[in-house]
Design a protein around this ligand. Structure first.
Ligand code: URA
Length: 210
């Protein structure tokens, strides 16, 4: 645990994650748990947002009550698996703006190439939370954050379900100003770039594809 990496070790998160990792867990159950875990992770990643006060009247007396300051936050999903984290977070933050970044890996250079990008306006004035369930090599995450910075984002956080040490290192080198929140820091990547012990292909697990 550091300022750059927060592992949410709450018992509810860890219990649900164990069921998600189990290969016998069905697509429907996986999806339901993903929604629940993403809500719990959203609680953590939205800590320390800028606050202000608003004058209201309770039934007893007026008060200056705390509210979140500034523009609505922006969630940015890295396609396609990032979409699995959106529903749970939007339940907690229903007014969030939502953007999408699609990247594929060029088979020759192995570098991420953008094929889709649609982002909310005024990114420079928003807290931007990038969501992708698996922080594996970190290449696509770092590329997505590059893109967001080019688009003006200045206050960026990264939310994932599982992280590999390789991905955390890559992100820390490329974007030391982007804190990462995850449910677990796993052991390593295997030769195919999968997180070990991991949970397999997150997109396939949540969408029921192979
Ligand atoms: N993407 C996945 O879906 N799973 C991994 O283990 C790594 C990257």
């Amino acid at each position: 645990m550091s300022d750059h990496l927060t592992v949410v070790d709450h018992p509810l998160v860890q219990h649900k994650l164990t069921i998600m990792r189990d290969k016998t867990t069905s697509t429907a159950k996986f999806r339901q748990l993903l929604r629940e875990v993403s809500m719990l992770l959203a609680y953590e990643v939205t800590r320390r947002m800028e606050m202000t006060t608003q004058r209201i009247e309770t039934p007893i007396q007026p008060m200056d009550a705390p509210i979140i300051a500034g523009r609505k936050l922006a969630l940015v999903s890295i396609l396609r698996a990032g979409n699995g984290l959106l529903d749970g977070i939007l339940e907690l933050v229903p007014s969030a703006r939502v953007g999408f970044i699609g990247l594929y890996r060029d088979p020759e250079t192995l570098q991420p190439v953008q094929y889709y990008c649609k982002l909310p306006s005024e990114l420079d004035e928003r807290l931007v939370i990038v969501v992708d369930p698996m922080l594996a090599t970190g290449n696509s995450s770092a590329a997505a954050v590059d893109l967001l910075k080019q688009a003006g984002a200045q206050n960026i956080r990264f939310l994932c379900l599982l992280a590999a040490p390789e991905g955390v290192k890559r992100m820390k080198e490329a974007h030391p100003d982007v804190p990462i929140v995850t449910a677990a820091l796993d052991e390593r990547l295997n030769d195919h770039g999968y997180i070990v012990p991991g949970l397999g292909d997150a997109g396939d697990r949540m969408f029921g594809t192979k």
